[in-house]
Design a protein around this ligand. Structure first.
Ligand code: TYD
Ligand code: MG
Length: 454
């Protein structure tokens, strides 16, 4: 039974939706069995406090100062942030446990410290000794880095008040608690309240706050999605925990574009930036193998070449097996139907496994042509020439449609030594003359593309 002055409500652990009753399925995000009971304080006292004499401001009275940005010392991170760390902003760094969030932020702290920017790293997960061990792995640190092992936000607030750092790192939001809320750390109401307190710190004292949030599968603690709407910038750190590379992806950014990605490699001594992701992704590509095609996708403002692998073989089941790793499963099924209908390949009785090598996710339609050619190459057991790349969106009639930024894709391919490019014919106009050393093959539909490679 909830005490007087407080009430019991139910929260969805996936999206933070609030309900007075328990529900089997969340009506907002559709998750099943995600509601948990929590006791929250009635907020009447807070509401009364805020009834001060408030007056709106005219737009013309506001002095616009250029948002101040500081470099994190890592160009890959700066790009995802939209050109550096914005003073007074709140940045959520989400990701699976063990992916490297603490490592990334400790490295940012080290870089900022070496440039005499005051930072405070608050850890609720590791002891000072453990942080020291991690720091020793990463190399030399400036003496100025302040560390704090604390989970009580009221104490953290008073420390921040005294020391006034310019950047505050909270690792992780699921371990923090505020005494005003009765529920346990990691619960939806606690995570929300903690974020609200951090928001006051960020906006009130003009301190940049980085918040680490673990993505959780089982829903024992509230996921970072609960606070996505409260922060300025949301970055997700993704990648296969067993592979070395990590991709930092912008999901929301009030101060920049969201499609940017930053590529890192987890090494013995921390995260290294990968300045040339295409070369990194194509590392280990087999030569002369069927079913392997290089495609070009634009991630944010940057073209990235990836190897698309397809394995098509006869199915022993009535219902052929299909999998897609790194691309959309339904898209692959659609493209296979297009190949069957428009290029006349009998794929209905074939199993098909599609994989984007390196484990990176590519959702841009421009990789369609790569998927199509990889499937055709595997089905016919004919290798695609090693010096060939392709890009283009494939429509339901089998037509190869135009994509944006074709020139950038061509330039990236040329930089990495590719000389034949299969691309949408409409994109050719105005380009052909500029790249006389390359063999640019414009195609209008899937059949033409098939003829060009075989
Ligand atoms: P960590 O930053 O602790 O992950 P998170 O905070 O997201 O939970 O990363 C831990 C993993 O990174 C761990 O498996 C060990 C690995 N690692 C390295 O490979 N090299 C390093 O220099 C460091 C510090 C960690
Ligand atoms: Mg950590």
């Amino acid at each position: 039974m909830a005490a007087k002055g407080s009430k019991t409500v139910y929260f969805c652990q996936e999206c933070g939706n609030e309900s007075p009753k328990w529900l089997g399925q969340c009506p907002v995000c559709g998750a099943w069995n995600s509601f948990v009971e929590e006791v929250v304080e009635k907020t009447s006292s807070r509401a009364q406090r805020e009834k001060r004499d408030v007056r709106p401001t005219h737009l013309s009275e506001i002095i616009s100062s250029d948002e101040k940005r500081i470099s994190s010392g890592m160009p890959e991170l700066d790009r995802v942030l939209g050109g550096g760390i914005v003073q007074g902003s709140m940045v959520l760094v989400g990701g699976d446990p063990g992916i490297g969030k603490s490592t990334l932020l400790l490295q940012v702290c080290r870089n900022l410290c070496s440039r005499k920017v005051d930072v405070l790293y608050v850890s609720g997960e590791e002891s000072l000794q453990q942080i020291k061990i991690r720091a020793d792995r990463m190399g030399t640190f400036d003496d100025q880095l302040s560390l704090l092992c604390e989970t009580n936000l009221d104490i953290i607030r008073s420390v921040v008040d005294r020391s006034r750092p310019r950047v505050l790192v909270i690792d992780s939001i699921q371990t923090m608690y505020s005494e005003t809320v009765g529920s346990a750390p990691g619960s939806v109401s606690q995570v929300r309240e903690s974020t609200a307190v951090l928001m006051q710190i960020a906006k009130g004292m003009n301190i940049t706050v980085f918040i680490v949030g673990h993505v959780t599968k089982e829903g024992l603690v509230a996921g970072p999605r609960v606070l996505e709407h409260m922060v300025d910038t949301v970055l997700y750190f993704e990648g296969d925990r067993h592979a070395a590379y990590r991709v930092l992806r912008g999901v929301k950014n009030r101060f920049g574009s969201t499609d940017e990605i930053g590529v890192f490699e987890m090494c013995q001594n921390g995260l290294q930036e990968v300045a040339n992701p295409s070369a990194f992704m194509l590392n280990g590509k087999p030569r002369g193998a069927s079913g392997s095609v290089v495609a070009c996708s634009i991630e944010g403002t940057r073209p990235i070449l990836v190897e698309i692998q397809a394995l098509v073989c006869h199915s022993n089941f009535n219902m052929p097996r299909r999998t897609a790793a790194g691309c959309d499963y339904n898209r692959v099924n659609l493209l296979m139907a297009v190949i069957e209908k428009r290029a006349g390949l009998r794929l209905a009785e074939s199993d098909a496994y599609i994989n984007i090598a390196g484990g990176i996710r590519m959702n841009e339609p421009a990789v369609d042509l790569g998927i199509v050619l990889a499937i055709i190459s595997s089905y016919k057991e004919m290798p695609v020439p090693d010096d060939l790349i392709c890009f283009g969106e494939v429509g339901l009639s089998g037509e190869v449609r135009a994509v944006n930024l074709a020139e950038q894709r061509i330039a990236e391919a040329a930089k990495l030594g590719f000389s034949r490019i299969i691309m949408p014919k409409v994109n050719l106009s105005g380009i052909r003359g500029k790249y006389s050393q390359l063999d640019l093959v414009g195609v209008e539909n899937v059949q033409e593309a098939m003829r060009a490679i075989l």
